[in-house]
Design a protein around this ligand. Structure first.
Ligand code: NDP
Length: 324
């Protein structure tokens, strides 16, 4: 049996229930993994609240790290006793142990702790695809990155520093801005205290940025488009402030032949080999020290509701893990 966090209805953090579930044996292409720590991500908030609807009742969570306890037929990249970590569907990572598809479960290097593994897979693989698989980016390019002191944000700050890309961050307090700069942002603007679009223009000598990476959504979408150079690329990859309302494509022409994409990690990691290669790239960044995984909040599994409240209240920085 394994303690598992489930919801029976969409809604607030009060919807969480902890139940004991039979774990069972892995079938073909599956593994059984005993978790050591679970990761918290903003996608979990969308799934809990119903912004991203789920079939209910549903187990929650998309990211964890632990030890492989059993492997099903046909699984060759993992063996019993291996350390492993993942960001994967279906949800169900907020638990002590589970059976799940093996394709997106990755062998975790010894140099990376279980907590770091749980804190970095979903966020770090997202940074990997944003900077290497979405639009060509090279040293010297300038990127505007919102919520730069968050879980994905602090990894992005360090990643760009290691690649010679200039990251202009935004964040909701001066303290968060200082944290983003400490982690490699060239500049960070407190977007709750003034006209951040003009500040982006000023910092780029009036030119605007090559790419915007915007997972804040509704509150920043317009300003993000206004921060781009002609032919610039808008990567809208989340909606922490609310879903971006439908908009007129003609706006992209009027603002300078802009491009826009709305990616999701789970398309990028759908193929086993691609997922494993992305993970190796991420692990290299962390093992080399170029990217340090910063865990600023830890909550026991049974306090998952408090963890969600903190994330939604914008009081967290860096990554958050659920401990077991
Ligand atoms: P974060 O740790 O970045 O937390 C979200 C941050 O968003 C907050 O700390 C806050 O920072 C900012 N924010 C702005 N407005 C609001 C609001 N109204 N309510 C709450 N937060 C707000 O979360 P994650 O690192 O887990 O994820 C970052 C974003 O990236 C999320 O939107 C997530 O959905 C997205 N994402 C998308 C993926 C994809 O493939 N499409 C994959 C992974 C993540 P501040 O106070 O500084 O404004």
């Amino acid at each position: 049996m394994a303690r598992t966090v489930v919801i029976e209805a969409h809604g607030g953090p009060e919807q969480f229930r902890i139940v004991d579930r039979e774990v069972g044996a892995p079938g073909p292409g599956e593994v059984r993994i005993a978790h050591k720590a679970c990761g918290l991500n903003f996608i979990d908030v969308y799934q809990r609240s119903g912004v991203y609807p789920m079939t209910l009742p549903a187990a929650m969570g998309m990211e964890a790290a632990g030890v492989i306890e059993a492997v099903g037929e046909g699984v060759t990249h993992l063996a019993v006793g291996d350390r492993a970590a993942y960001a994967a569907q279906p949800p169900g990572a907020y638990c002590e142990a589970r059976v799940m598809p093996a394709a997106q479960v990755c062998p975790l290097p010894d140099a990376i702790s279980f907590e770091e593994g749980a804190a970095m897979m979903l966020k770090g693989l997202t940074v990997q695809y944003l900077f290497h698989r979405t639009t060509p980016l090279k040293a010297g390019d300038t990127v505007l990155f919102h919520a730069a002191a968050g879980g994905v944000g602090l990894i992005a700050c360090q990643w760009t520093r290691s690649e010679g890309i200039t990251l202009i961050g935004t964040a909701g307090t001066d303290e968060k801005c200082a944290l983003a700069v400490e982690h490699g942002a060239a500049h960070c603007i407190n977007y709750r205290s003034g006209d951040w679009v003009s500040e982006v223009r000023r910092l780029t000598g009036g030119a605007g940025v090559d790419v915007v990476m915007d997972a804040v959504g509704k509150d920043t979408f317009e300003g993000s488009l206004d921060s781009l150079k002609p032919f610039g690329m808008m990567i809208s990859f989340g909606n922490a402030s609310g879903v971006v309302p439908p908009f007129n494509l003609g706006v992209l022409g009027a603002k300078g032949s802009l491009k826009i994409t709305r990616p999701t990690l789970f398309t990028h990691v759908a193929q086993h080999e691609t997922c494993q290669a992305m993970a190796r790239h991420l692990f290299d960044k962390v093992v080399s020290g170029a990217v340090k995984i910063r865990i600023d909040q830890r909550f026991p599994l049974d306090q998952v509701a408090d963890a969600h409240r903190a994330l939604e209240a914008r009081t967290t920085t860096g990554s958050t893990v659920l401990t077991l």
